[in-house]
Design a protein around this ligand. Structure first.
Ligand SMILES: *[C@@H]1O[C@H](CO)[C@@H](O)[C@H](O)[C@H]1NC(C)=O
Ligand SMILES: *[C@@H]1O[C@H](CO)[C@@H](O)[C@H](O)[C@H]1NC(C)=O
Ligand SMILES: *[C@@H]1O[C@H](CO)[C@@H](O)[C@H](O)[C@H]1NC(C)=O
Ligand SMILES: *[C@@H]1O[C@H](CO)[C@@H](O)[C@H](O)[C@H]1NC(C)=O
Ligand SMILES: *[C@@H]1O[C@H](CO)[C@@H](O)[C@H](O)[C@H]1NC(C)=O
Ligand SMILES: *[C@@H]1O[C@H](CO)[C@@H](O)[C@H](O)[C@H]1NC(C)=O
Length: 489
């Protein structure tokens, strides 16, 4: 368990005047050429909670192709859990032999997302999910077990699991997704899937085969994110902010996770300015939702203390792969308005990725989002560390800022992305229905975090708002609103 020094004491600066979290409902900034959502194991279309249309895979143009025997079956979970979304989770396609979905999509890079609800399904009791997933020549998952993976992280009380990949589809190429049960002698292994999504992305969002490449941390050359690679999303964090759902993304249906204290080492401060409209002069406006840039984590006003510490993220990853790390920055408000006011070093996996990070120098002004990409190779260690080390600026300030983080695993030379079922030591709970001891675990992890909420409107400092106890692990539901709606002023 964690010791006290790892508890994060977070001070929250929020805004009095505009304290309603505004979710944009206007037209998305990016319109996809392909936007396919398949509700596996269903006939006809179904409408999800967020109003998205999911197409069935029974007697539709997305019916899978099967050569082996026995054929796949559509089935439903044996338990009814009202907390799990009906679409796409209340139906699945399962099989003891291989099946393949074919997608005739436009050329270009795509998001490929898989949705799993690992419980016991009628007709498949007593056997377990172990399977490989291939997308054309890429191996995305190998001997993968959704039920082991979901129970491995029993501290998070998730019941469903999703996986997101990025794959390029060449001209005249069909995107084939193949699910292959692992071979077995004794028990029978099956492959299953509840939902599949294929969504186009802008050509240069993450890939850039013709560009100058991304700094390869610890090496003196650049790394090209080209179409010979597939990417797997490991983290997409709204640093200092709330959960952003797929429909509130910029049109690509990406989910952004809320601020999660478990990933941070040491203390931090959360500045938040929900009212401003980011100015997209440095990056495209579809790069991330505005809310990514409206909150951040920084270090606070104590220069002496800051110079002795780091703002450090510790993210669990699979060793043996390269990772693309995208850091989102935006200087939101007064008093940081000039170059060389807030300067810091960026250290990734203990290697200096950026000697002199200065967001205003990069963007020339406030309220202007920007991101920086790095590739780092992680060997023999289970965590990726991203540390921001403040430097003492000419203005006597020592601080750092971070608004968002995305981390992708990059496929290796064998076009493989698959890692172990993590962590391997966890005994396989043969389709247990609940994470073991989830309540005790979450209790011991509950942190009492003191939040001081302050406001700043139209560039002016600062109106004291309120103070509250924020139990981080329990605020999932109200994450987007948390501090403000709960303020006891
Ligand atoms: C099902 O949804 C798809 C995609 O939104 C749409 O193109 C199709 O017309 C729908 N089919 C029916 C029968 O509603
Ligand atoms: C799957 O469906 C086939 C018919 O298509 C049926 O014969 C078989 O029993 C089903 N298998 C299971 C495990 O339900
Ligand atoms: C996808 O499968 C079809 C057969 O259904 C095959 O003709 C095609 O070559 C496959 N495409 C790829 C990229 O594997
Ligand atoms: C898949 O994983 C299971 C459980 O760890 C193991 O028993 C089995 O041998 C593995 N199969 C392959 C093909 O690696
Ligand atoms: C700043 O931090 C240092 C070291 O932690 C501490 O000794 C000092 O009291 C702090 N100053 C203020 C104004 O809080
Ligand atoms: C800051 O990070 C560096 C390298 O990551 C480490 O050596 C140093 O001990 C850290 N300092 C603090 C105060 O955590």
């Amino acid at each position: 368990m964690r010791n006290l020094s790892m508890l994060t004491r977070i001070f929250l600066f929020c805004l009095l005047s505009h304290h309603i979290y505004v979710v944009s409902t206007s037209t998305p900034r990016y319109t996809d050429a392909d936007n396919i959502a398949i509700n596996c194991g269903t006939r006809d279309n179904s409408t999800a909670m967020d109003k998205r249309q999911w197409i069935g895979d029974i007697h539709s143009k997305f019916t899978p192709i099967e050569e082996g025997d026995p054929k796949s079956n559509a089935s439903t979970p044996q338990i009814q859990d009202s907390s799990v979304n009906t679409v796409p989770y209340m139906t699945a396609r399962l099989s003891y032999s291989q099946f393949m979905y074919e997608f005739r999509v436009t050329p270009g890079p795509k998001f490929v997302r898989f949705y799993f609800y690992p419980v016991s399904y009628s007709g498949f009791e007593g056997s377990q999910d172990f399977f490989t997933v291939k997308a054309n020549s890429f191996t995305l998952l190998s001997n993968f077990s959704a039920s082991i993976n979901i129970h491995a992280d029993s501290l998070k009380e998730d019941k469903t699991l999703s996986k997101e990949f990025c794959i390029n589809v060449e001209k005249d190429q069909i995107l084939n997704l193949t699910l292959i049960p692992s071979p077995s002698t004794s028990s029978k292994f099956y492959a299953f899937i509840n939902g599949i999504e294929i969504v186009s992305m802008p050509k240069k969002l993450y890939y850039d085969p013709e560009g100058p490449g991304v700094p390869y941390v610890g090496q003196n050359y650049h790394f090209s994110i080209n179409y010979e690679m597939a990417l797997e999303k490991f983290f997409r964090l709204n640093v200092g902010g709330g959960f952003i759902s797929a429909v509130d993304d910029t049109g690509m249906f990406r989910e952004w996770s809320q601020q999660d204290d478990d990933y941070w080492l040491g203390d931090g401060v959360i500045p938040r300015v929900p009212s401003f409209t980011p100015i997209y002069t440095r990056i495209s406006d579809y790069t991330a939702p505005d809310d990514i840039y409206r909150s951040a984590v920084s270090m606070g006003p104590n220069t002496t203390k800051n110079l002795r510490s780091n703002l450090t993220l510790k993210l669990p990853v699979d060793p043996g792969f390269n990772y693309l790390v995208r850091l989102h920055f935006c200087e939101m408000v007064f008093p940081i308005t000039k170059p060389s006011q807030r300067v810091f070093q960026i250290v990734i996996d203990n290697m200096i990725a950026e000697e002199w990070a200065d967001v205003i120098m990069w963007t020339q002004r406030n309220e202007t989002p920007l991101y920086k990409d790095y590739v780092v190779q992680i060997q023999n260690k289970p965590n990726l560390f991203i540390a921001l080390r403040p430097r003492l600026s000419a203005y006597g300030i020592a601080d750092a800022i971070l608004n968002g983080v995305e981390v992708f695993k990059l496929s290796d030379y064998d076009k493989n992305l698959a890692g172990p079922n993590y962590p391997e030591s966890v005994p396989s709970p043969l389709l247990a229905q609940q994470p073991a001891s989830a309540s005790t675990a979450s209790e011991s992890k509950t942190k009492k975090t003191i939040i001081v909420a302050m406001g700043s409107g139209a560039g002016f400092l600062v109106v004291l708002c309120c103070m509250l106890l924020w139990k981080l692990k329990k605020t999932k539901r109200c994450a987007s609103y948390y501090p403000l709606s709960k303020c006891r002023c």
